[in-house]
Design a protein around this ligand. Structure first.
Ligand code: AMP
Ligand code: MG
Length: 303
């Protein structure tokens, strides 16, 4: 299976594969025609840059025009892991990968199948989440099959993903580091290593980022983000609740541990979507650093 997957990548085809965050839809990052297939399969606008997955710091550096000290320090500490670093790119990275930006987002994923695929293919792999544009990210091979079907040439099945929330994206291409998308590597953890990090939106001219679209990461069912005790939306409602039980046709008690919560969230939303509720009501998690990534995704899902 791995040999076939690597051959497909080298032949310019699409392979979906698990990472520790969500499933990715990958193709050879150095082959513009192969990368164009990703945009077509996802229905993704060409203005949304893709993350390039690498199997080593060396491979990352081979794609970067500059590799700042901060990138080295963060990669040594957090790679393989759920942290994407945006740095100036070399011309070997086709413009289609980066939506024409002079920068590229690089990440070494912490999943044995993802690393084995990059190694066997011998090329960096461009991969956004393996779902149609703006829809929920897949956390199982079955989600990929349901969402993309025949558009993908092969799916490597690694079971449910461990983290379930997309990577933290940090730009190191400007004068000051900018957090473009929160993830399970928190801003505070990054600041402990490299000092102050700005938030996207605080800065003029921050890099465009698909994760910043107001509606993204969304189930098809309307999602309401509510404080405990707030009235429920009209119609049939499924609840994802942290604290007190509130009466609803379907009430799911969620873990108060953000890692457990994150690992379960997208899978539940996929399932509830299939059940045909009018609303999915989600209790707003606390506004603390450990919950920042989950709160970000829920806010975008609520549109
Ligand atoms: P996804 O489609 O879920 O894989 O999301 C891709 C993410 O990649 C986006 O949220 C962006 O933040 C990020 N990204 C990739 N490349 C770049 C880049 N060159 N500049 C800014 N953000 C990037
Ligand atoms: Mg995505």
């Amino acid at each position: 299976m791995m040999k076939q997957a690597a051959e497909l990548i080298r032949a310019g085809r699409l392979v979906a594969f698990p990472t520790e965050t969500v499933y990715g839809l990958g193709s050879n990052a150095l082959d513009a025609a192969a990368v164009a297939r990703i945009f077509a399969a996802k229905g993704r606008p060409p203005t949304s840059p893709l993350i390039v997955h690498v199997d080593s710091i060396d491979m990352a550096r081979s794609l970067a025009r500059q590799w700042p000290d901060a990138a080295g320090a963060l990669a040594r500490r957090h790679w393989p892991g759920p942290l994407t670093l945006v740095v100036p790119k070399l011309d070997t990275v086709p413009d289609i990968v980066t939506a024409g930006l002079p920068t590229v987002g690089l990440r070494m994923p912490a999943h044995p199948l993802a690393l084995a695929l990059i190694r066997a293919a011998g090329v960096p792999i461009a991969a956004p989440s393996a779902n149609r544009f703006t829809q929920l990210s897949p956390t199982t091979a079955e989600h990929v099959r349901r969402g993309l079907g025949d558009a993908v040439d092969l799916i490597l099945d690694g079971g449910p993903t461990r983290l379930g929330i997309e990577s933290t994206v940090l730009s190191l291409a400007g004068e000051r580091p900018v957090l473009l998308r929160p993830g399970m590597v928190s801003r505070e953890e990054i600041e402990r290593i490299i000092g102050p990090v700005d938030l996207a939106g605080q800065v003029e001219g921050a890099h465009p980022s698909p994760g910043l679209h107001p509606r993204h990461y969304s189930p098809r069912t309307q999602l309401a983000l509510l404080d405990p005790g707030a009235p429920l939306p009209p119609g049939s409602v499924a609840l994802l609740w942290l604290t007190a039980e509130t009466p609803a046709a379907r009430s799911i008690h969620m873990s108060g541990d953000p890692a457990e919560y994150g690992a379960r969230l997208y899978g539940l939303l996929h399932d509830l979507d299939a059940e045909g509720w009018d609303w999915i009501a989600v209790e707003r998690p606390p506004a603390t650093p450990e919950w920042a990534a989950i709160l970000d995704r829920l806010s975008r899902a609520a549109g």
